[in-house]
Design a protein around this ligand. Structure first.
Ligand SMILES: [Zn+2]
Length: 236
Protein backbone atom coordinates (compact mmCIF):
# COMPACT_ATOMS: atom_id res chain seq x y z
CA UNK A 1 0.00 0.00 0.00
CA UNK A 2 1.12 3.55 -0.75
CA UNK A 3 -0.06 6.54 1.32
CA UNK A 4 0.77 10.00 0.04
CA UNK A 5 0.29 12.41 2.92
CA UNK A 6 0.05 15.89 1.43
CA UNK A 7 -0.28 18.59 4.07
CA UNK A 8 -3.04 21.12 3.31
CA UNK A 9 -3.89 19.65 -0.11
CA UNK A 10 -7.20 21.26 -1.01
CA UNK A 11 -9.86 19.95 -3.41
CA UNK A 12 -10.59 23.39 -4.86
CA UNK A 13 -6.93 23.89 -5.74
CA UNK A 14 -6.62 20.35 -7.13
CA UNK A 15 -9.56 21.15 -9.43
CA UNK A 16 -8.37 24.66 -10.25
CA UNK A 17 -4.98 23.39 -11.45
CA UNK A 18 -6.56 20.33 -13.09
CA UNK A 19 -4.33 17.83 -11.27
CA UNK A 20 -5.61 14.64 -12.91
CA UNK A 21 -3.30 12.31 -10.98
CA UNK A 22 -4.41 13.71 -7.65
CA UNK A 23 -8.02 13.13 -8.69
CA UNK A 24 -7.95 9.34 -8.87
CA UNK A 25 -10.83 6.87 -9.31
CA UNK A 26 -12.50 8.22 -6.17
CA UNK A 27 -11.73 11.53 -4.52
CA UNK A 28 -13.43 14.15 -2.40
CA UNK A 29 -13.33 16.02 0.86
CA UNK A 30 -13.08 14.74 4.41
CA UNK A 31 -15.27 15.83 7.30
CA UNK A 32 -13.35 17.54 10.11
CA UNK A 33 -16.41 18.84 11.97
CA UNK A 34 -15.47 16.79 15.07
CA UNK A 35 -12.40 18.99 15.56
CA UNK A 36 -12.40 22.46 17.11
CA UNK A 37 -9.28 23.50 15.22
CA UNK A 38 -7.55 22.23 12.07
CA UNK A 39 -4.16 21.52 13.65
CA UNK A 40 -1.63 19.58 11.57
CA UNK A 41 -0.20 17.21 14.21
CA UNK A 42 -3.64 16.54 15.75
CA UNK A 43 -5.13 15.59 12.39
CA UNK A 44 -2.26 13.32 11.32
CA UNK A 45 -2.24 11.64 14.73
CA UNK A 46 -6.01 11.12 14.41
CA UNK A 47 -5.57 9.65 10.92
CA UNK A 48 -2.90 7.23 12.19
CA UNK A 49 -4.81 6.10 15.30
CA UNK A 50 -8.44 6.29 14.14
CA UNK A 51 -9.21 8.38 17.22
CA UNK A 52 -9.79 12.09 17.74
CA UNK A 53 -6.50 13.11 19.38
CA UNK A 54 -7.31 16.81 19.84
CA UNK A 55 -7.62 16.73 23.64
CA UNK A 56 -4.46 14.64 24.00
CA UNK A 57 -2.11 17.00 22.15
CA UNK A 58 -1.44 20.36 23.84
CA UNK A 59 -0.64 23.22 21.46
CA UNK A 60 2.53 24.08 23.32
CA UNK A 61 4.24 20.73 22.79
CA UNK A 62 2.37 19.57 19.67
CA UNK A 63 5.32 19.43 17.27
CA UNK A 64 7.21 16.89 19.37
CA UNK A 65 4.15 14.74 20.11
CA UNK A 66 5.05 11.12 19.38
CA UNK A 67 2.95 8.00 18.81
CA UNK A 68 4.22 4.45 19.16
CA UNK A 69 3.61 2.02 16.26
CA UNK A 70 1.18 0.05 18.47
CA UNK A 71 -1.12 3.07 18.65
CA UNK A 72 -1.34 3.32 14.86
CA UNK A 73 -2.43 1.24 11.86
CA UNK A 74 1.25 0.69 11.10
CA UNK A 75 1.23 -2.28 13.46
CA UNK A 76 -0.99 -4.13 10.99
CA UNK A 77 1.73 -4.26 8.34
CA UNK A 78 4.58 -6.76 8.40
CA UNK A 79 6.90 -4.13 7.00
CA UNK A 80 6.44 -0.40 6.63
CA UNK A 81 8.41 2.73 5.89
CA UNK A 82 7.28 6.21 6.90
CA UNK A 83 8.97 9.38 5.73
CA UNK A 84 8.66 12.53 7.83
CA UNK A 85 5.17 11.64 9.15
CA UNK A 86 3.98 14.10 11.84
CA UNK A 87 3.48 12.53 15.30
CA UNK A 88 5.54 9.55 14.17
CA UNK A 89 8.72 10.08 12.16
CA UNK A 90 8.60 13.84 11.84
CA UNK A 91 11.96 15.38 10.89
CA UNK A 92 12.19 17.82 13.77
CA UNK A 93 15.28 19.64 12.55
CA UNK A 94 13.93 20.36 9.08
CA UNK A 95 10.58 21.61 10.35
CA UNK A 96 12.09 23.68 13.13
CA UNK A 97 14.11 25.45 10.47
CA UNK A 98 10.96 26.02 8.41
CA UNK A 99 9.03 27.43 11.37
CA UNK A 100 11.96 29.65 12.34
CA UNK A 101 12.15 31.06 8.81
CA UNK A 102 8.39 31.64 8.77
CA UNK A 103 8.64 33.60 12.03
CA UNK A 104 11.64 35.54 10.72
CA UNK A 105 9.73 36.39 7.56
CA UNK A 106 6.87 37.94 9.51
CA UNK A 107 9.41 39.87 11.58
CA UNK A 108 11.03 41.02 8.33
CA UNK A 109 14.25 39.21 9.13
CA UNK A 110 14.08 36.66 6.32
CA UNK A 111 13.00 36.92 2.70
CA UNK A 112 10.27 34.88 1.09
CA UNK A 113 12.91 33.41 -1.23
CA UNK A 114 14.83 32.04 1.75
CA UNK A 115 11.63 30.48 3.12
CA UNK A 116 10.70 28.95 -0.24
CA UNK A 117 14.22 27.60 -0.78
CA UNK A 118 14.23 25.80 2.59
CA UNK A 119 10.88 24.12 2.06
CA UNK A 120 11.70 23.04 -1.50
CA UNK A 121 15.02 21.62 -0.26
CA UNK A 122 13.23 19.58 2.41
CA UNK A 123 10.67 18.50 -0.17
CA UNK A 124 13.36 17.21 -2.53
CA UNK A 125 14.97 15.31 0.35
CA UNK A 126 11.66 13.59 1.21
CA UNK A 127 10.93 12.86 -2.44
CA UNK A 128 14.30 11.22 -2.94
CA UNK A 129 13.84 9.11 0.17
CA UNK A 130 10.29 8.18 -0.83
CA UNK A 131 11.19 6.93 -4.30
CA UNK A 132 14.27 5.07 -3.09
CA UNK A 133 12.05 3.05 -0.71
CA UNK A 134 9.04 2.63 -3.00
CA UNK A 135 8.06 -1.03 -3.47
CA UNK A 136 10.35 -2.29 -0.71
CA UNK A 137 7.78 -2.69 2.09
CA UNK A 138 4.10 -3.59 2.54
CA UNK A 139 3.31 0.03 3.30
CA UNK A 140 5.10 3.22 2.41
CA UNK A 141 3.78 6.52 3.75
CA UNK A 142 5.46 9.70 2.52
CA UNK A 143 4.68 13.10 3.95
CA UNK A 144 5.12 16.34 2.00
CA UNK A 145 4.36 19.79 3.44
CA UNK A 146 4.93 21.87 0.31
CA UNK A 147 1.27 22.91 -0.20
CA UNK A 148 0.99 23.93 3.45
CA UNK A 149 4.16 25.95 3.79
CA UNK A 150 4.07 27.67 0.41
CA UNK A 151 0.31 28.11 0.88
CA UNK A 152 0.72 29.96 4.17
CA UNK A 153 3.01 32.52 2.55
CA UNK A 154 1.76 32.66 -1.02
CA UNK A 155 -1.77 31.25 -1.33
CA UNK A 156 -2.81 34.28 -3.36
CA UNK A 157 0.03 33.92 -5.87
CA UNK A 158 -1.45 31.60 -8.49
CA UNK A 159 1.82 30.95 -10.29
CA UNK A 160 3.52 29.66 -7.13
CA UNK A 161 0.60 27.50 -6.07
CA UNK A 162 0.33 26.05 -9.60
CA UNK A 163 3.99 24.96 -9.38
CA UNK A 164 3.35 23.29 -6.01
CA UNK A 165 0.24 21.46 -7.16
CA UNK A 166 1.86 20.26 -10.38
CA UNK A 167 4.81 18.94 -8.39
CA UNK A 168 2.49 16.96 -6.10
CA UNK A 169 0.49 15.78 -9.11
CA UNK A 170 3.72 14.42 -10.63
CA UNK A 171 4.43 12.40 -7.48
CA UNK A 172 0.89 10.97 -7.67
CA UNK A 173 1.45 10.11 -11.34
CA UNK A 174 4.57 8.12 -10.51
CA UNK A 175 2.79 5.87 -8.01
CA UNK A 176 -0.36 5.45 -10.08
CA UNK A 177 0.71 2.43 -12.09
CA UNK A 178 2.67 0.49 -9.48
CA UNK A 179 -0.26 -1.91 -9.01
CA UNK A 180 -0.36 -0.98 -5.33
CA UNK A 181 -3.36 0.36 -3.45
CA UNK A 182 -2.90 4.15 -3.37
CA UNK A 183 -4.42 6.51 -0.82
CA UNK A 184 -3.76 10.23 -1.09
CA UNK A 185 -4.78 12.18 1.98
CA UNK A 186 -4.46 15.66 3.44
CA UNK A 187 -4.97 16.80 7.01
CA UNK A 188 -6.90 20.00 6.23
CA UNK A 189 -7.43 22.33 3.29
CA UNK A 190 -6.47 25.94 2.83
CA UNK A 191 -8.33 29.21 2.36
CA UNK A 192 -7.12 32.64 1.29
CA UNK A 193 -6.23 35.24 3.86
CA UNK A 194 -5.27 38.15 1.63
CA UNK A 195 -2.17 36.94 -0.22
CA UNK A 196 -1.50 34.49 2.60
CA UNK A 197 -3.29 31.23 3.41
CA UNK A 198 -4.83 29.70 6.50
CA UNK A 199 -5.96 26.17 7.36
CA UNK A 200 -9.53 25.34 6.40
CA UNK A 201 -11.67 22.47 7.60
CA UNK A 202 -11.74 20.85 4.17
CA UNK A 203 -9.47 17.85 4.06
CA UNK A 204 -8.93 15.89 0.84
CA UNK A 205 -8.73 12.21 -0.03
CA UNK A 206 -8.23 10.27 -3.23
CA UNK A 207 -7.72 6.61 -4.14
CA UNK A 208 -7.07 4.45 -7.19
CA UNK A 209 -9.80 2.14 -5.83
CA UNK A 210 -13.53 2.80 -5.60
CA UNK A 211 -14.19 3.16 -1.88
CA UNK A 212 -17.81 4.34 -1.92
CA UNK A 213 -17.19 7.01 0.70
CA UNK A 214 -19.12 10.22 1.16
CA UNK A 215 -17.47 12.97 3.21
CA UNK A 216 -15.53 10.44 5.33
CA UNK A 217 -14.10 11.45 8.69
CA UNK A 218 -10.31 11.49 8.81
CA UNK A 219 -10.45 8.96 11.66
CA UNK A 220 -12.44 6.59 9.42
CA UNK A 221 -9.47 5.60 7.28
CA UNK A 222 -7.93 3.61 10.14
CA UNK A 223 -10.24 0.62 9.57
CA UNK A 224 -9.84 0.85 5.81
CA UNK A 225 -6.04 0.78 6.01
CA UNK A 226 -6.13 -2.15 8.45
CA UNK A 227 -8.41 -4.09 6.09
CA UNK A 228 -5.95 -3.52 3.24
CA UNK A 229 -3.10 -4.74 5.48
CA UNK A 230 -5.03 -7.93 6.29
CA UNK A 231 -5.71 -8.51 2.58
CA UNK A 232 -2.00 -8.16 1.81
CA UNK A 233 -1.23 -10.83 4.38
CA UNK A 234 -3.89 -13.10 2.89
CA UNK A 235 -2.58 -12.80 -0.67
CA UNK A 236 1.13 -12.97 0.16
ZN1 LIG B 1 -1.28 20.73 8.05
Amino acid sequence: MIILAFDALDLHQVQKFNCKNLMQKEHGQTDLSDFNQARTVVLWASFLTGKNMEAKIPIKTQWTFQLSPEQTFLKSFKTYKTIDVPAFSYKQKNHEEERKLLKAYFEEKATIEECDAAVWRNHEENKKEFFSHLGKSDLIMGYFDLADFIGHLSFGITEKMAKVYHELDKIAEQVKNTGDFVLIISDHGMKALGRFGDHSKNGFYSSNHKLGLNLPKITGFYDLVRRIAENEHATN
